[in-house]
Design a protein around this ligand. Structure first.
Ligand SMILES: O=C(O)CCC(=O)C(=O)O
Ligand SMILES: [Fe+2]
Length: 264
């Protein structure tokens, strides 16, 4: 169950974030255009997409290395170097999702994958991503964990949600082409990272209904963006914004890098 103190903490954290968000970040004239555009869009919309971040050949190499580490695994296992490959078991009533039908069943989440595949370290430490985050937020954010998500025929996924009330961004890099909705793209409600009465209504309704407090519904359909893009594309997302991975059609697969950024 939710406790009143979790509710109060989430409200307080969200209010703090809403107040700190600037839609007109101060970006020096000397900033390269690609970085300026991305930082501005991230601040204003809560999400930005940067094509051709990784060459497709590098995506293919990384994918092969990652697949190599998970072949023959069928359940949650800690492989070498404290890297845990987690197989999501689907929702139980205790998960308290609004759409609680086998949510994320079959999704593979490889935690701290950079410890198993060393080429991922340079991507985690990439300076362009950090520059964009600093310019968009006026804060220094540092990469905390790098995970690989592998979705193969994951036909039910968690609905729109915020990750927490705290300041957190994620950088995602597609390692497979996500060219249509059936592939299960990352999806985001533009501007939902900022204040809205809907957000606080959702949190309050979740308290009453016993759902996770961060479940979010009734985003404006006109503000939905589905990140359809070829492999190698970078997506940077404000995790106070409402987002989800769309459910896939049976037979489709998607692999991506997810790097979580938190204040120092
Ligand atoms: O799988 C996705 O596209 C989104 C997952 C998600 O909600 C997250 O990484 O916070
Ligand atoms: Fe999330």
């Amino acid at each position: 169950m939710n406790t009143i103190s979790e509710y109060v903490n989430l409200i307080a954290g969200s209010v703090r974030q809403d107040r700190s968000k600037s839609i007109a970040p101060n970006i020096p004239e000397s900033t390269p255009e690609r970085i300026r555009r991305a930082a501005m869009e991230l601040a204003q919309a809560g999400i930005t997409t940067i094509p051709d971040f990784l060459p497709q050949e590098e995506c293919d190499n990384l994918r092969a290395k990652i697949e190599n580490r998970i072949t023959n695994l069928t359940e949650t296992t800690t492989i070498a170097d404290d890297v845990t490959v987690s197989f999501r078991g689907g929702s139980k009533p205790a998960r308290r999702y609004r759409n609680a039908v086998n949510v994320d069943l079959g999704m593979i989440d490889m935690f701290d994958a950079d410890r198993a595949v060393s080429e991922l370290t340079a991507i985690k430490e990439d300076t362009m991503i950090r520059d964009i985050l600093t310019l968009a937020t006026g804060r220094e954010l540092i990469p905390s964990r790098l995970n690989i998500y592998i979705n193969r025929s994951v036909t039910s996924t968690r609905g729109y949600h915020m990750d927490s009330g705290a300041l957190q961004f994620k950088a995602f890099v597609y390692l497979t082409d996500v060219n249509d909705l059936e592939d299960g793209p990352y999806s985001f409600i533009k501007r939902s990272h900022r204040f809205s009465t809907r957000k606080y209504l959702n949190i309050t309704q979740n308290l009453m209904s016993g759902y996770h407090l961060t479940e979010m519904s009734n985003g404006n359909p006109a503000d939905v963006v589905h990140a359809l893009a070829p492999r190698g594309t970078l997506i940077i997302s404000d995790q106070n914004g409402w987002h989800r991975g769309l459910p896939q059609t049976d037979g489709r697969s998607r692999m991506l890098i997810s790097i979580s950024f938190l204040p120092r």
